[in-house]
Ligand binder design. Sequence first.
Ligand code: SAH
Length: 369
Amino acid sequence: MTDTNLIGLAHSDLQVFFATLGEKPYRASQLMKWIYHQGVTDFSEMSNLSKGLRERLESSATIKLPKLVSTQPSDDGTIKWLLALADGNCIEAVFIPETERGTLCVSSQVGCALNCSFCSTATQGFSRNLTADEIVGQVLFATLELGIAKNRGSRIITNIVLMGMGEPLLNFENVTKAVDIMLDDNGFGVSKRRVTLSTAGLVPAIDKLRETQDVSLAVSLHAPNDALRNQLVPINKKYPLHQLLAACQRYVAGKVHRRITMEYVMLKDINDLDTHAYELAQVLKDVPSKVNLIPFNSFPGADFQCSDTKRMEKFRNILIKAGFPTIIRKTRGGDIAAACGQLVGQVNDRTRRQAQWKLELDRKKGITV
Ligand code: SAH
C-alpha cells in the first residue's frame, strides 16, 4: 500500500482505500474536498481527520503532482507548463483564458502513436500512457498554480479538454478514471458538457465511452473522404469514415441538443477547397455536429501550410449555409508553441516505430482498440 498516490483514485476507489485502513466511506469525500476544493496536499493540514488517521495516511499514501519544469506565458494570456513525471518524461498542459471562461488542455499520453501527418506530437514518437494520477495531477497542478481559493479573477478553469499530447481513447481506463474526478462534485466538479474528449476516431472505444461516461466528444476529422483522411489521419485505414460517423451518431443518439465537434485543420491546397467543404457537408448530413476549423499551426519540419484567411472564411460560409454551426478556431498561444498540434513535451523512449508496428500487428490480428 505504500506510496498509493491518492489523486489517482476516484471516489469509489478512495472508499475502498479507506476501508483497508478500517475507516468509514465518508472519509473519501473529506479527503477529496481537502485536495480538490481547498488545494491542500499535506495530510497534516487536514484538520477534520484524526491525528492517528493523518499519520496512517502519511505512512501508506502520498499526494504527488507532476513537477514544474518551465512556464511559458503567451502574449495572449495563454500559459504553457512543461511538467516532469516521476520517470523523467515530460508532458505539456496549457491554460487558455477567455472572457468568462478558462480552458485547460491536458495530455493523456507521453507522445502519441497515431502519427497524424500534420501533428508535431507525432514526430516525438510514443512512450507510454499517463496514469490516472498523472492526468488528474495536471488539473490539480494548474488549479494550484492559478491560485485556488484565492481571488483568481479571470484565471478560473471552467472547461477541460483532453486535447493535449496523446490519443485519450488509447488510454481508456486511466482517462475515464481521471474524468470521473474532473466531474465529481467532491473533485473538480466540472459539468459534463464542459469536459471534452478529442479523438482521432477509435470506433470501438467511442462506443465504450458512450456506455461509460457522458462527456462532450470532439473528433479530429480533417478530411471529407477516406482517400484524403487515410493520408492525414492514418488510423482511418482501420476505422474508415462511414464507421466513424456511425459511431458519432450513436454517441449523441437520444440526447437533446448534443452535437459532436468536428475538428478540421485547414491545410492549404490539401483539404481546403470548396469541393471539400461541399463533400464535408454531405458526409455530415446525418450527424448532429458543429465544425471547428483549426488554422494549421506550423512546427519545425512541417510539410504543410495554413490556408489563407479568405479561403478559411469561404470554407466556413459553405458549411454555415449547409446548416452546420461553424467557427474558425482562434489560434491561442501560437508564440509559445502551445497551440493545437504543437505540444511535444519530452519523450524519453521514442518507440514510434514499435507503436506503429503494434498497430499494424493488431490490425492483422483483427484486434480492435
Ligand atoms: N489525439 C487526439 C487529441 C490530440 S490533438 C485527437 O486526435 O483528437 C488535438 C487537436 O489538434 C486535434 O484535432 C488535432 O488533429 C489537432 N492538431 C494536431 N496538429 C495540429 C496542427 N499542427 N495544427 C492545428 N491543429 C492540429
